[in-house]
Design a protein around this ligand. Structure first.
Ligand code: CAA
Length: 380
């Protein structure tokens, strides 16, 4: 067993770290405060190859392995978790299923614009009445000649108003339940597709999270991804990969919370000593590192399993829980170490605590991750 990253993975980490420090750090608090979408960075992210990370070179991507992918995401999340999730959704939930399940037509016409970052991708699954029970979706797609006509509402879509297209799952055969759902690629400019409410969120405030409604929205039959009836499995396959991205986001936040705590506790004097001299603080930073190390290795292991071509649903769920809970715990401790200052927006740990919370919720709540893990243990 070799725990070292390869030269290429280390290079990716360094590139992502340099970019995040140089470009993202300065404006992160303002983007959070004013809900500014970080669209200006997409061109640079594309030039660095980060918008086509999970797609093979044959299909125009950079073909990085999954370990390299999560390492790069972790570095982005360490500075700006909003940018990280935009990149993660684009890669894991949008372009990954396009390459894995898409026809030659989809790869040529849709994927090609996405891997270069010319177009930004989003993922539309959740509906007002179906969240954890994703199979209970109501959005329909009906075939009419050589088109599909879609009707329904999707919500909580990351990048939903700034993206150029969605990977969307809709019911095509009501009698078959989840087995009657189908995945589609839908350009945002499709007539009948209306971008709705923008959510005013607790954290990751520079991402745009919106609902969309589809009112007789027509798309050509070629925009189907995979076969009719395969939508639910395509969606769950994409979510396995997406959960690695959310885990990387949590890990980056946890790491940043630890770093802030280490430096603040050495500068802040109380009782004539830096607070780092007190065992109460030392225990907190030690516990942060323990949780971060456990979370990091669970994530790299899950990513490595994906790279081996093995089923990694359970491992992705473990990593998602471990990293998101590490993020919440570490950010909360960091606020505690900063005391009253930690509760104020002048210091970054307040934002970290708000950003951390979503990692326990989206792309499958941690309760759902535990369902996935326990089902695997019982062989169900
Ligand atoms: N990969 C591929 N196939 C899978 C799979 C996986 N990971 N997990 C299950 N399947 C297959 C099953 O084998 C089964 O196939 P068969 O019927 O042929 O046996 C089929 O899919 C249905 O599986 P289940 O019976 O297990 O389905 P279920 O209805 O009990 O639900 C669930 C399972 C795990 C609860 C699932 O619904 C789930 O993950 N829910 C959470 C949804 C979610 O993550 N939503 C977040 C949306 S995205 C978002 O957050 C917004 C954003 O923009 C970031």
């Amino acid at each position: 067993m070799d725990f070292r990253l390869t030269e290429e993975q280390e290079m990716l980490r360094q590139t992502a770290r340099d970019f995040s420090e140089k470009e993202l750090r300065a404006g992160v608090a303002e983007r959070d405060e004013k809900e500014i979408f970080p669209g200006e960075y997409i061109e640079q992210l594309s030039e660095l190859g980060f918008m086509g990370m999970v797609v093979s070179e044959e299909n125009g991507g950079t073909g990085f392995d999954t370990v390299g992918y999560v390492v790069a995401l972790e570095e982005m999340a360490r500075i700006d978790p909003s940018v990280e999730i935009i990149v993660s959704v684009h890669n894991s939930l949008h372009i990954y299923p396009l390459e894995k399940f898409g026809s030659d037509y989809i790869k040529k016409e849709c994927l090609s614009k996405m891997v270069t970052g010319e177009w930004l991708g989003a993922f539309a699954l959740t509906e007002p009445g179906s969240g954890s029970d994703a199979g209970a979706m109501k959005t329909t797609a009906a075939k009419s000649g050589n088109e599909w006509i879609l009707n329904g509402t999707k919500n909580f879509i990351t990048s939903g108003s700034n993206c150029d297209a969605y990977v969307l799952v809709a019911v095509t055969d009501k009698d078959k339940g989840a087995k009657g759902s189908t995945a589609f690629w839908i350009p945002r400019e499709t007539p009948g597709l209306i971008v709705g409410k923008h959510e005013n969120k607790m954290g990751i405030r520079s991402t745009d999270t919106v609902s969309i409604s589809l009112e007789d929205a027509r798309i050509p039959e070629e925009y189907i991804i995979g076969k009719p009836g395969d939508g639910f499995k395509i969606m769950l396959t994409a979510l396995d990969s997406g959960r690695l991205g959310v885990a990387a986001q949590g890990l980056g936040i946890a790491q940043a919370a630890l770093e802030e705590s280490l430096s603040y506790s050495q500068e802040r004097f109380q009782f004539g000593k830096p607070i780092a001299a007190f065992q109460g603080i030392q225990n907190k930073v030690a516990d942060m590192q323990i949780k971060i190390s456990q979370a990091r290795w669970s994530l790299y292991h899950a990513a490595w399993m994906k790279d081996q071509g093995e089923r990694y649903s359970k491992e992705a769920a473990i990593a998602k829980v471990a990293c998101s809970e590490a993020a919440m715990w570490c950010a909360n401790q960091a606020v505690q170490i900063f005391g009253g200052y930690g509760y104020c927006k002048d210091y970054p740990v307040e934002r970290m605590l708000r950003d951390a919370k979503i990692t326990e919720i989206y792309e499958g709540t941690n309760e759902i991750q535990r369902v996935v893990i326990s089902r695997a243990l019982y062989g169900r």
